[in-house]
Unconditional design. Structure first.
Length: 418
Protein backbone atom coordinates (compact mmCIF):
# COMPACT_ATOMS: atom_id res chain seq x y z
CA UNK A 1 0.00 0.00 0.00
CA UNK A 2 1.49 3.32 -1.12
CA UNK A 3 2.18 5.98 1.50
CA UNK A 4 2.08 8.81 -1.03
CA UNK A 5 -0.24 11.68 -0.10
CA UNK A 6 -3.57 11.51 -1.94
CA UNK A 7 -4.43 14.85 -3.56
CA UNK A 8 -7.79 14.89 -1.77
CA UNK A 9 -9.31 15.45 1.64
CA UNK A 10 -10.53 12.80 4.06
CA UNK A 11 -13.69 13.32 6.08
CA UNK A 12 -14.03 11.61 9.46
CA UNK A 13 -17.40 11.58 11.20
CA UNK A 14 -16.92 11.07 14.91
CA UNK A 15 -13.96 11.52 17.23
CA UNK A 16 -14.38 8.45 19.41
CA UNK A 17 -11.81 5.67 19.64
CA UNK A 18 -11.59 4.79 15.95
CA UNK A 19 -12.18 8.36 14.74
CA UNK A 20 -9.43 9.80 16.91
CA UNK A 21 -6.97 7.03 16.13
CA UNK A 22 -7.74 7.41 12.42
CA UNK A 23 -6.58 11.02 12.75
CA UNK A 24 -3.35 9.74 14.35
CA UNK A 25 -2.87 7.13 11.63
CA UNK A 26 -3.41 9.40 8.65
CA UNK A 27 -1.36 12.22 10.13
CA UNK A 28 1.43 9.69 10.61
CA UNK A 29 1.41 8.35 7.07
CA UNK A 30 0.46 11.72 5.47
CA UNK A 31 -2.25 9.92 3.51
CA UNK A 32 -4.41 12.91 2.61
CA UNK A 33 -3.82 16.56 1.86
CA UNK A 34 -6.26 17.59 4.62
CA UNK A 35 -8.45 15.93 7.25
CA UNK A 36 -11.93 17.28 8.03
CA UNK A 37 -13.40 15.92 11.26
CA UNK A 38 -17.05 16.29 12.18
CA UNK A 39 -17.92 16.18 15.89
CA UNK A 40 -21.36 17.70 15.40
CA UNK A 41 -21.49 19.76 18.60
CA UNK A 42 -19.52 22.12 20.79
CA UNK A 43 -16.79 20.40 22.80
CA UNK A 44 -15.62 21.62 26.21
CA UNK A 45 -14.40 25.21 26.16
CA UNK A 46 -13.60 25.19 22.46
CA UNK A 47 -10.99 24.10 19.94
CA UNK A 48 -8.22 23.98 22.54
CA UNK A 49 -10.04 21.18 24.35
CA UNK A 50 -10.57 19.28 21.10
CA UNK A 51 -6.86 19.57 20.39
CA UNK A 52 -6.07 18.26 23.89
CA UNK A 53 -8.40 15.30 23.37
CA UNK A 54 -6.64 14.46 20.10
CA UNK A 55 -3.17 14.92 21.60
CA UNK A 56 -3.53 12.74 24.72
CA UNK A 57 -4.63 9.16 24.98
CA UNK A 58 -4.92 6.95 28.05
CA UNK A 59 -4.00 3.82 26.08
CA UNK A 60 -1.37 4.96 23.59
CA UNK A 61 0.12 8.02 25.30
CA UNK A 62 0.68 11.35 23.55
CA UNK A 63 0.38 11.86 19.81
CA UNK A 64 3.90 13.34 19.55
CA UNK A 65 5.42 10.27 21.19
CA UNK A 66 3.45 8.03 18.81
CA UNK A 67 4.84 9.97 15.85
CA UNK A 68 8.44 10.61 16.88
CA UNK A 69 9.23 9.23 20.33
CA UNK A 70 9.10 10.53 23.89
CA UNK A 71 11.33 13.58 23.25
CA UNK A 72 9.02 15.01 20.59
CA UNK A 73 7.51 18.46 21.33
CA UNK A 74 3.81 19.21 20.89
CA UNK A 75 2.77 18.54 17.28
CA UNK A 76 -0.62 20.33 17.25
CA UNK A 77 -0.24 23.98 16.26
CA UNK A 78 -1.93 26.99 14.64
CA UNK A 79 -5.30 26.70 16.37
CA UNK A 80 -7.96 29.00 14.94
CA UNK A 81 -11.12 28.93 17.04
CA UNK A 82 -13.25 30.89 14.56
CA UNK A 83 -12.39 28.71 11.57
CA UNK A 84 -12.12 25.48 13.56
CA UNK A 85 -8.71 24.74 12.08
CA UNK A 86 -5.35 23.48 13.31
CA UNK A 87 -2.31 21.73 11.91
CA UNK A 88 -1.17 18.37 13.23
CA UNK A 89 2.41 17.55 12.32
CA UNK A 90 2.00 19.80 9.30
CA UNK A 91 -1.30 18.30 8.14
CA UNK A 92 -4.23 20.77 7.97
CA UNK A 93 -7.14 19.58 10.12
CA UNK A 94 -10.56 21.23 10.26
CA UNK A 95 -13.18 20.54 12.94
CA UNK A 96 -16.90 20.80 12.07
CA UNK A 97 -19.30 21.32 14.98
CA UNK A 98 -22.68 22.05 13.40
CA UNK A 99 -24.56 18.80 12.69
CA UNK A 100 -24.68 15.25 14.03
CA UNK A 101 -26.99 14.15 11.20
CA UNK A 102 -24.79 13.09 8.26
CA UNK A 103 -27.13 14.85 5.83
CA UNK A 104 -26.43 18.20 7.52
CA UNK A 105 -22.62 17.97 7.54
CA UNK A 106 -20.99 20.42 5.16
CA UNK A 107 -18.89 17.96 3.20
CA UNK A 108 -19.69 19.75 -0.06
CA UNK A 109 -18.59 23.15 1.22
CA UNK A 110 -15.31 21.62 2.41
CA UNK A 111 -14.70 19.68 -0.81
CA UNK A 112 -14.73 16.30 0.92
CA UNK A 113 -15.51 13.36 -1.36
CA UNK A 114 -14.47 10.44 0.84
CA UNK A 115 -15.90 10.04 4.36
CA UNK A 116 -15.36 7.40 7.01
CA UNK A 117 -18.15 7.19 9.59
CA UNK A 118 -16.71 6.04 12.92
CA UNK A 119 -19.69 6.82 15.14
CA UNK A 120 -21.09 3.28 15.09
CA UNK A 121 -24.57 4.80 14.86
CA UNK A 122 -25.37 4.79 11.14
CA UNK A 123 -24.96 1.15 10.12
CA UNK A 124 -28.01 0.42 7.95
CA UNK A 125 -27.12 0.72 4.23
CA UNK A 126 -30.82 0.53 3.29
CA UNK A 127 -31.85 3.55 5.38
CA UNK A 128 -32.66 6.59 3.19
CA UNK A 129 -30.61 9.77 3.40
CA UNK A 130 -33.50 11.58 5.11
CA UNK A 131 -34.08 8.96 7.83
CA UNK A 132 -35.34 10.72 10.98
CA UNK A 133 -32.35 9.66 13.10
CA UNK A 134 -29.77 10.06 10.35
CA UNK A 135 -28.31 7.64 7.85
CA UNK A 136 -25.03 6.56 6.29
CA UNK A 137 -26.49 7.68 2.95
CA UNK A 138 -26.86 11.14 4.40
CA UNK A 139 -23.12 11.61 3.81
CA UNK A 140 -23.73 11.19 0.08
CA UNK A 141 -26.51 13.77 0.05
CA UNK A 142 -24.22 16.12 1.99
CA UNK A 143 -21.65 16.02 -0.80
CA UNK A 144 -19.50 12.92 -0.30
CA UNK A 145 -19.05 10.54 -3.21
CA UNK A 146 -18.33 7.51 -1.01
CA UNK A 147 -18.91 6.66 2.65
CA UNK A 148 -16.92 3.99 4.49
CA UNK A 149 -18.31 2.46 7.68
CA UNK A 150 -15.91 1.45 10.46
CA UNK A 151 -18.27 -1.32 11.57
CA UNK A 152 -20.29 -4.12 9.98
CA UNK A 153 -23.49 -3.21 8.18
CA UNK A 154 -26.64 -3.94 10.16
CA UNK A 155 -29.89 -3.96 8.17
CA UNK A 156 -32.88 -3.24 10.39
CA UNK A 157 -35.44 -4.88 8.07
CA UNK A 158 -34.56 -8.59 8.17
CA UNK A 159 -36.41 -9.13 4.88
CA UNK A 160 -34.34 -6.52 3.03
CA UNK A 161 -31.38 -7.44 0.86
CA UNK A 162 -27.99 -5.76 0.81
CA UNK A 163 -28.17 -2.85 -1.66
CA UNK A 164 -26.19 -3.29 -4.88
CA UNK A 165 -24.17 -0.17 -4.15
CA UNK A 166 -22.93 -1.49 -0.77
CA UNK A 167 -20.12 -3.97 -0.08
CA UNK A 168 -18.17 -5.37 2.88
CA UNK A 169 -14.42 -5.82 2.49
CA UNK A 170 -11.31 -6.62 4.52
CA UNK A 171 -8.00 -5.48 3.08
CA UNK A 172 -5.86 -8.38 1.90
CA UNK A 173 -8.84 -10.75 1.92
CA UNK A 174 -11.47 -9.52 -0.51
CA UNK A 175 -10.67 -5.87 -1.27
CA UNK A 176 -11.21 -6.60 -4.98
CA UNK A 177 -14.92 -7.10 -4.27
CA UNK A 178 -15.06 -3.31 -4.11
CA UNK A 179 -16.01 -2.03 -7.58
CA UNK A 180 -15.35 1.73 -7.82
CA UNK A 181 -18.07 2.38 -10.41
CA UNK A 182 -20.72 0.55 -8.40
CA UNK A 183 -20.09 0.79 -4.67
CA UNK A 184 -20.61 4.01 -2.72
CA UNK A 185 -21.14 2.49 0.74
CA UNK A 186 -18.28 0.31 1.97
CA UNK A 187 -18.13 -1.49 5.30
CA UNK A 188 -14.65 -2.30 6.62
CA UNK A 189 -16.20 -5.00 8.83
CA UNK A 190 -14.99 -5.07 12.45
CA UNK A 191 -11.78 -5.61 14.36
CA UNK A 192 -12.85 -9.14 15.28
CA UNK A 193 -13.93 -10.06 11.74
CA UNK A 194 -10.65 -8.69 10.38
CA UNK A 195 -8.55 -10.81 12.74
CA UNK A 196 -10.75 -13.85 12.21
CA UNK A 197 -10.48 -13.57 8.42
CA UNK A 198 -6.69 -13.70 8.63
CA UNK A 199 -6.87 -16.72 10.92
CA UNK A 200 -9.33 -18.65 8.74
CA UNK A 201 -8.14 -17.82 5.20
CA UNK A 202 -4.72 -19.58 5.31
CA UNK A 203 -6.32 -22.81 6.57
CA UNK A 204 -9.20 -22.56 4.11
CA UNK A 205 -6.78 -22.09 1.22
CA UNK A 206 -4.69 -25.08 2.32
CA UNK A 207 -7.37 -27.63 3.19
CA UNK A 208 -10.30 -26.40 1.10
CA UNK A 209 -13.84 -25.80 2.41
CA UNK A 210 -14.88 -29.44 1.87
CA UNK A 211 -12.49 -30.74 4.54
CA UNK A 212 -13.41 -28.18 7.22
CA UNK A 213 -16.42 -29.80 8.85
CA UNK A 214 -17.18 -27.15 11.48
CA UNK A 215 -15.66 -24.11 13.12
CA UNK A 216 -16.22 -21.97 16.18
CA UNK A 217 -14.53 -19.04 17.84
CA UNK A 218 -14.55 -17.07 21.05
CA UNK A 219 -13.16 -13.56 21.20
CA UNK A 220 -11.84 -12.50 24.58
CA UNK A 221 -12.39 -8.84 23.88
CA UNK A 222 -11.26 -5.63 25.57
CA UNK A 223 -13.86 -3.14 26.74
CA UNK A 224 -15.47 -0.75 24.25
CA UNK A 225 -17.26 2.57 24.55
CA UNK A 226 -20.64 0.84 24.51
CA UNK A 227 -20.07 -0.49 28.02
CA UNK A 228 -20.59 1.33 31.29
CA UNK A 229 -18.10 2.20 34.01
CA UNK A 230 -20.58 1.63 36.86
CA UNK A 231 -23.80 -0.38 37.05
CA UNK A 232 -26.86 1.44 35.78
CA UNK A 233 -30.50 0.73 35.01
CA UNK A 234 -31.19 -0.67 31.53
CA UNK A 235 -33.16 1.29 28.94
CA UNK A 236 -36.82 0.46 28.38
CA UNK A 237 -37.18 -2.79 26.46
CA UNK A 238 -33.55 -3.86 26.95
CA UNK A 239 -33.11 -7.64 26.87
CA UNK A 240 -29.44 -8.05 27.79
CA UNK A 241 -29.04 -6.80 31.35
CA UNK A 242 -25.31 -7.58 31.38
CA UNK A 243 -24.56 -4.60 29.13
CA UNK A 244 -25.50 -2.37 32.03
CA UNK A 245 -23.01 -3.89 34.45
CA UNK A 246 -19.64 -2.31 35.22
CA UNK A 247 -16.82 -3.27 32.85
CA UNK A 248 -14.27 -2.25 35.48
CA UNK A 249 -14.66 -5.38 37.55
CA UNK A 250 -16.60 -7.94 35.54
CA UNK A 251 -16.13 -10.54 32.85
CA UNK A 252 -19.21 -10.04 30.70
CA UNK A 253 -20.72 -12.49 28.24
CA UNK A 254 -22.01 -10.81 25.09
CA UNK A 255 -22.54 -11.43 21.37
CA UNK A 256 -20.56 -10.86 18.20
CA UNK A 257 -21.60 -10.61 14.57
CA UNK A 258 -18.19 -11.85 13.40
CA UNK A 259 -19.50 -15.13 11.97
CA UNK A 260 -22.09 -13.40 9.81
CA UNK A 261 -19.68 -10.73 8.64
CA UNK A 262 -17.00 -13.34 7.90
CA UNK A 263 -19.25 -15.00 5.31
CA UNK A 264 -19.48 -11.66 3.49
CA UNK A 265 -15.71 -11.43 3.04
CA UNK A 266 -15.04 -15.19 2.68
CA UNK A 267 -18.14 -16.67 0.93
CA UNK A 268 -16.84 -20.25 1.28
CA UNK A 269 -17.63 -20.01 5.00
CA UNK A 270 -21.36 -20.06 4.22
CA UNK A 271 -21.16 -23.82 3.72
CA UNK A 272 -19.34 -24.46 6.99
CA UNK A 273 -21.15 -24.64 10.31
CA UNK A 274 -19.75 -21.73 12.29
CA UNK A 275 -20.43 -20.28 15.72
CA UNK A 276 -19.01 -17.11 17.23
CA UNK A 277 -19.13 -15.98 20.85
CA UNK A 278 -17.71 -12.99 22.71
CA UNK A 279 -16.51 -12.32 26.26
CA UNK A 280 -15.69 -8.76 27.37
CA UNK A 281 -12.92 -8.29 29.92
CA UNK A 282 -11.68 -5.25 31.93
CA UNK A 283 -8.76 -4.18 29.70
CA UNK A 284 -8.60 -1.09 27.48
CA UNK A 285 -7.40 -2.80 24.29
CA UNK A 286 -5.70 -5.97 23.13
CA UNK A 287 -8.01 -8.88 22.33
CA UNK A 288 -7.71 -12.58 21.57
CA UNK A 289 -9.54 -14.98 19.27
CA UNK A 290 -9.58 -18.68 20.13
CA UNK A 291 -10.41 -20.48 16.88
CA UNK A 292 -11.50 -24.11 16.92
CA UNK A 293 -11.85 -26.12 13.69
CA UNK A 294 -12.79 -29.69 12.96
CA UNK A 295 -10.99 -30.90 9.83
CA UNK A 296 -11.49 -34.19 8.01
CA UNK A 297 -8.10 -35.83 8.04
CA UNK A 298 -6.54 -38.14 5.45
CA UNK A 299 -4.89 -40.67 7.73
CA UNK A 300 -4.61 -41.73 11.33
CA UNK A 301 -1.01 -42.71 10.68
CA UNK A 302 0.13 -39.27 9.46
CA UNK A 303 -2.45 -36.86 10.89
CA UNK A 304 -2.60 -33.08 10.75
CA UNK A 305 -0.32 -31.83 13.49
CA UNK A 306 0.84 -28.65 15.17
CA UNK A 307 3.88 -28.26 12.95
CA UNK A 308 1.76 -28.38 9.81
CA UNK A 309 -0.72 -25.77 11.09
CA UNK A 310 2.02 -23.42 12.28
CA UNK A 311 3.85 -23.91 8.98
CA UNK A 312 0.74 -22.83 7.07
CA UNK A 313 0.56 -19.60 9.07
CA UNK A 314 4.30 -18.98 8.92
CA UNK A 315 4.29 -19.33 5.13
CA UNK A 316 1.31 -16.97 4.80
CA UNK A 317 2.93 -14.42 7.13
CA UNK A 318 6.14 -14.48 5.08
CA UNK A 319 4.33 -14.47 1.74
CA UNK A 320 0.96 -13.27 0.45
CA UNK A 321 -0.24 -11.98 3.84
CA UNK A 322 3.05 -10.45 4.98
CA UNK A 323 1.56 -6.94 5.16
CA UNK A 324 -1.08 -7.88 7.73
CA UNK A 325 -0.36 -11.27 9.34
CA UNK A 326 2.29 -11.98 11.96
CA UNK A 327 3.37 -15.43 13.11
CA UNK A 328 4.94 -15.39 16.56
CA UNK A 329 6.60 -18.01 18.72
CA UNK A 330 6.98 -15.59 21.63
CA UNK A 331 4.96 -16.11 24.78
CA UNK A 332 2.80 -12.99 24.51
CA UNK A 333 0.33 -11.36 26.84
CA UNK A 334 -2.28 -8.88 25.66
CA UNK A 335 -0.27 -5.72 26.42
CA UNK A 336 2.56 -6.98 24.19
CA UNK A 337 0.49 -6.52 21.04
CA UNK A 338 -0.92 -3.06 21.79
CA UNK A 339 0.09 -0.75 18.98
CA UNK A 340 1.80 -3.53 17.02
CA UNK A 341 1.64 -2.05 13.52
CA UNK A 342 -0.03 -3.53 10.46
CA UNK A 343 -1.13 -6.67 12.25
CA UNK A 344 -4.64 -7.86 11.53
CA UNK A 345 -3.73 -10.98 13.49
CA UNK A 346 -0.75 -12.21 15.49
CA UNK A 347 -0.75 -16.01 15.58
CA UNK A 348 0.45 -17.35 18.93
CA UNK A 349 2.29 -20.36 17.51
CA UNK A 350 3.36 -21.74 20.89
CA UNK A 351 -0.29 -22.41 21.78
CA UNK A 352 -1.47 -24.14 18.58
CA UNK A 353 -2.97 -27.52 19.47
CA UNK A 354 -4.23 -30.50 17.45
CA UNK A 355 -5.95 -33.75 18.40
CA UNK A 356 -6.79 -36.50 15.90
CA UNK A 357 -9.33 -39.25 16.50
CA UNK A 358 -11.44 -41.73 14.58
CA UNK A 359 -15.08 -40.69 14.32
CA UNK A 360 -17.58 -43.49 13.73
CA UNK A 361 -20.40 -42.48 11.41
CA UNK A 362 -23.68 -44.37 11.13
CA UNK A 363 -24.14 -44.83 7.35
CA UNK A 364 -27.90 -45.27 7.71
CA UNK A 365 -28.11 -41.67 8.90
CA UNK A 366 -26.19 -40.57 5.82
CA UNK A 367 -28.61 -42.47 3.59
CA UNK A 368 -31.60 -40.85 5.22
CA UNK A 369 -30.04 -37.43 4.73
CA UNK A 370 -29.60 -38.24 1.03
CA UNK A 371 -33.10 -39.71 0.73
CA UNK A 372 -31.82 -43.19 -0.11
CA UNK A 373 -32.66 -46.58 1.34
CA UNK A 374 -30.36 -47.82 4.15
CA UNK A 375 -30.63 -51.31 2.55
CA UNK A 376 -27.97 -50.26 0.04
CA UNK A 377 -25.36 -49.94 2.79
CA UNK A 378 -23.03 -52.94 2.96
CA UNK A 379 -21.27 -51.99 6.19
CA UNK A 380 -22.58 -51.19 9.63
CA UNK A 381 -20.42 -48.14 10.27
CA UNK A 382 -17.82 -45.90 8.66
CA UNK A 383 -14.69 -44.67 10.45
CA UNK A 384 -13.46 -41.19 9.49
CA UNK A 385 -10.24 -39.63 10.80
CA UNK A 386 -10.91 -36.13 12.13
CA UNK A 387 -8.49 -33.59 13.60
CA UNK A 388 -9.53 -30.87 15.98
CA UNK A 389 -7.38 -27.74 15.65
CA UNK A 390 -7.15 -24.87 18.14
CA UNK A 391 -5.40 -21.63 17.12
CA UNK A 392 -4.90 -18.44 19.14
CA UNK A 393 -4.76 -15.07 17.42
CA UNK A 394 -4.07 -11.70 19.08
CA UNK A 395 -5.24 -8.33 17.76
CA UNK A 396 -5.06 -4.75 18.94
CA UNK A 397 -8.74 -4.04 18.41
CA UNK A 398 -8.18 -0.27 18.33
CA UNK A 399 -5.05 1.16 16.72
CA UNK A 400 -2.54 -1.50 15.73
CA UNK A 401 -4.97 -3.86 14.04
CA UNK A 402 -8.27 -2.30 13.05
CA UNK A 403 -7.35 1.36 12.50
CA UNK A 404 -4.34 0.42 10.38
CA UNK A 405 -6.45 -1.94 8.25
CA UNK A 406 -9.18 0.68 7.93
CA UNK A 407 -6.53 3.21 6.92
CA UNK A 408 -5.29 0.96 4.13
CA UNK A 409 -8.86 0.52 2.92
CA UNK A 410 -9.44 4.29 2.84
CA UNK A 411 -6.23 4.98 0.95
CA UNK A 412 -7.01 2.30 -1.63
CA UNK A 413 -10.51 3.70 -2.18
CA UNK A 414 -9.09 7.21 -2.49
CA UNK A 415 -6.63 6.02 -5.12
CA UNK A 416 -9.52 4.61 -7.14
CA UNK A 417 -11.26 8.00 -7.11
CA UNK A 418 -8.71 9.98 -9.07
Amino acid sequence: MSNETCPMKLGINGLGRIGKLSVWHHVSRKSFSEIVVNVGREIGQGLQDIAAAIDKDSTYGRLGAYLYGHKCPRVIENLNEQDGTMTIDGVPVKILRESRDPRGIDWAGNDVKLVVDTTGVFRDPTAPADAPRGSLRGHLEAGAAKAVLSAPFKISDKAADMPEDAVTTVMGINEDDYIPDRHVLISSASCTTTCLAYMVKPLLDYFGPQRILSASMVTVHAATGSQVVLDRLPKAGAKDLRKNRSILNNIILTTTGAAKALSLVIPEMKGIGFMAESVRIPTNTGSLIILNLTIQDESLETPINRSLINGIYQKAAEGAMSDHLIYSEDQNVSSDIIGMPAAAAIIEGTETHTRTSAIKVDPTMACKALGESPDKIACSEITVPVTNVVVYGWYDNELGSYTVMLGDRLVSIAQSMF
